[in-house]
Design a protein around this ligand. Sequence first.
Ligand code: UDP
Ligand code: MN
Length: 242
Amino acid sequence: LPPPLYIITPTYRRAEQLAELTRLGYTLKHVVNLLWLVIEDANQTSPLVIHTLNRIGVPYEYFLAPMPDEYKNTKKAKPRGVSNRNRGLDYIRANATSGVFYFADDDNTYDISIFEQMRYTQKVSMWPVGLVTKFGVSTPIIRNGKITGFYDGWIGGRKFPVDMAGFAVSVKFLHERPNAKMPFKAGYEEDGFLKSLAPLNLTDIELLASNCTEILTWHTQTKKNANASPLNLTLHGDTNLV
Ligand code: UDP
Ligand code: MN
């Protein structure tokens, strides 16, 4: 078997949730030796999510990791998916010994070839992500095979101005950094997490997607369906009160 892949997917309850998980799940079904860590921002498990995960048939673990109230109740930008991803890191620290992990949001689009490429990451690997900001792409800039900077519509003073879908990390590399975690800081989640992996130099980063010339992941965003309510979702014909 090739090295294991741990896919950390934050999710939360809304009308589009099961559609997102279904699309992502059937993508992941094409990938061998993969464990899908589905982590919901909620206080109670969802029978609908469990039913959907069982139906898809990808090996998974399902956990809850609610966003702390201080962030949930703020009027400012929320750190979406951060408690979920940190819960995924806890799982990996406790259960994984080798392989690679990747933060795969439930609404993005992934070409399965990126999973086969990221599997062999020794430290941290990176590649371009399409449909990020008005620039249309977020990517490391490569000159003569080396990273010389980053192209992103919002640099924001970040050392690593990359999208969540644009990097993967080796499990062993994480184990050597017991304090690494994602900060509850909207806009700085990726940068804060990658900085917490110090020491990490630009020369350590492995470049995938043909030296960052191909787009194999997209930061797609699903249009919110204002009319559908999670209350309308049914499981085996019974109205499920969420
Ligand atoms: N998410 C979450 N709780 C929330 C909002 C989002 O767990 O309150 C998850 C969501 O399912 C996704 C990730 O966090 O996997 C990023 O959220 P979103 O896609 O809304 O962010 P954006 O694409 O707009 O940056
Ligand atoms: Mn998204």
